[in-house]
Design a protein. Sequence first.
Lengths: 218, 218
Amino acid sequence: MSATSAEPEEQVGLRERKKARMRESLMESALRLFHENGYQRTTTEEIAACAGVSQRTFFRYFGSKEDVVLEAVEDVDEHLFASLADRPADEPPFTALRNAMVDHWEYLRRGPLHLKGSAMGMVADSPELIEVNMRYCHRRQHRLARAVGERTGVDPATDPRPGVLAAVFLSALATGHQAWCASGSHDKERLLGAFLDRLDLVPEVVEGPWSPPVPSPG
Amino acid sequence: MSATSAEPEEQVGLRERKKARMRESLMESALRLFHENGYQRTTTEEIAACAGVSQRTFFRYFGSKEDVVLEAVEDVDEHLFASLADRPADEPPFTALRNAMVDHWEYLRRGPLHLKGSAMGMVADSPELIEVNMRYCHRRQHRLARAVGERTGVDPATDPRPGVLAAVFLSALATGHQAWCASGSHDKERLLGAFLDRLDLVPEVVEGPWSPPVPSPG
DNA sequence: TGTGTTTTGTCAGCCGCTGACGTAATATTC
DNA sequence: GAATATTACGTCAGCGGCTGACAAAACACA
């Protein structure tokens, strides 16, 4: 084909450009098909065909079908980490994480991540993807621990605190996510509310005895 | 309908007995092969052959290869829940969980669960199984939340606290488990130590600012 | 333009997993 | 003890995820 007229300004070369575009194309095809037909009912051959390549090529770009979802989630996480770095330095780690989540949500609300931004919502729609998401939570946790470590000046390799904080934070999020799924709601704002409810509960839940069983009206 | 109460005895019948034995046989074959050759390199056909049945029969007893590991872990969890119920009623929930873990370990130390008891250690040996374990952590979390709910008289369906506590507890355990794997240690006692270290860190990590970065020697 | 490297499609194949169907083992009834 | 219905099992065929190997096409560099 042509394309020889386009002069790449950067040193990255035409090849890597194509690779990046192919990767984006495959991910977009996959996420769209997942959204339309469901994760389970979408085959890797369909994804490849939708992107105009062979199945083998799909597996050269993504290690597995699950990896597509994972990478979308990780791209979204990336911005959460940026939000964390932007929080004032005097905020305690856990508080900073909570507030970064609020900032992050405000960013997602403006929708610059289009399909990827809805990846988490997509996960909610199909129980299979919840497990897929779970499967990778230790990868997310490692990345978050690193971000927490950078913020606090603590090395996650020698100090267990960043890892513990990351794990606790993500597990509380997961609980909120599950409750949101169970409620059948599709309102993204309610999802943030569920997140914050659980996060705010963590200190009280691990500290001392609990207040009376059910303070709700009966 | 037929009169199934021909025999009022609690005799479950030969058939169900055989089913139970077959199930045990398959699980034992699987766990032993996993232990010897690794999870990945053990095929479901080998498991079936080891138990003297066809592959199809294996899949009639277990929904997936992963399920075998999951059920082993759940069997072990079962006793953790019992230990939790035995803790004094005046212990706060998180403390009770922590201490139940210690009791539970003492039980495992006596080795009545033989192969199943080593399932968690097996998980440590193969990175693939860590992901398998992760995949099911929300199932474990639900069961633990129920146990916590029973102990505290709180309904997990309406009060989010049991779910949050269960999630935080298990995620802290997972962190300890990962650290233990990373250290390359195969000493089970060190694993318990890693668990307790992380659990004891949780309150301090979510509460306020952190103490100086790294108090350890350089 | 020609040469060496990277990327792709095709093919073959393993493995996890499932539906369908016939058969053997078990339980029930006479 | 024979006839019956019920249940478990083996065999077979097949799908979908995933991988190695090889040849052809696309690209980079000179």
